[in-house]
Design a protein around this ligand. Sequence first.
Ligand SMILES: Cc1ncc(C[n+]2csc(CCOP(=O)(O)OP(=O)(O)O)c2C)c(N)n1
Ligand SMILES: [Mg+2]
Length: 330
Amino acid sequence: MISKSKLIDATAVRAMLLCMHRIRQFEEAAGQALKDGHVRGSVHQYSGEEAIATGICHHLHAHDFVSSYHRGHGHAIAKGVSPARMMCELFGRADGTSGGKGGSMHIADFSKGMLGANGVVPDGVTIAVGAAHAIKMQKRPEIVVAFFGDGAMNRGPLFEAFNWAKLFDLPVLFVCEDNGYSVTLKTKDFTAGPPFIERAASFGIPTQSINGNDVVTVANAAGPLVDTIRQGSGPQFLHATTYRWYGHLAHDKGLYRDPAEVLAAREDDCIRHAESWLLQQGANAQELASIAKQADEEIQRAVKDALAAPFPDAATAWQDVQDIGSPSWA
Ligand SMILES: Cc1ncc(C[n+]2csc(CCOP(=O)(O)OP(=O)(O)O)c2C)c(N)n1
Ligand SMILES: [Mg+2]
């Protein structure tokens, strides 16, 4: 049963709309900053998928945890990590979440329960299960959400994670964000067997499949799952369908996709759906525009501040990084 505080009402959807705008604006700015040469390395934009992180993290407490993957900005923002510090991280500045040394694929902030984006498919999931095991052993009340893509469903460590989580009935919600693609391939074109949810179900994990582009649907599905995990149900698996608006990386023009498919996905915009929902509940267009404006201003300020922020001191270059011996090139 959904507890009263978790009923999805207009106040909740307004808050989630702001969160989705924040993520969308962050991704627009990050993609542009990469093109402008302010960001080195890679940027995987979460644009189009915002409803999933937003609708699920809406139900998490500050002390709960999330783990993520290479497309991790949205999960971090939805979990409460500061977009300003994340922007600094992308820009390689000392004020970044990892002092500017991690970049986009290593956004982490333990103080907010964000265990990290992760470049290795699907290693964020195994980290989540480790955290969930620690929570269970210490009899603590937190839960963990492991976000991952459909591509992870064909990797062995994911099944080790499912097995371990169910064997010990760990407090973890597995969330497969199924955008249909793994880099340039349609995931279904290299996937054998029955639908993904049956893979999780084969471990005895309860499963559910939902439309991940509707934040109300996501939040209504996630609320009871989070509750039941908190009450000791063991792991749950949520499969959420969605689409990524841009290429695999901000550099990637995505020419392997049918333009009509991309256009249709953009019509199925999670932000537009949330706005329509609110309009039906009596919100007015002005109010919705001011929510979008608030997010836009926040992110523009984050970019401006990141550009002005200092780079890490060269003397600290070898601090907080894995020890790989003496830098012979130095
Ligand atoms: C172990 C491993 N193999 C290969 C890669 C290269 N790689 C990066 S992303 C990706 C596919 C990701 O697809 P998905 O999990 O669906 O996430 P999406 O990019 O669609 O959000 C692959 C194969 C990797 N990062 N790690
Ligand atoms: Mg995918």
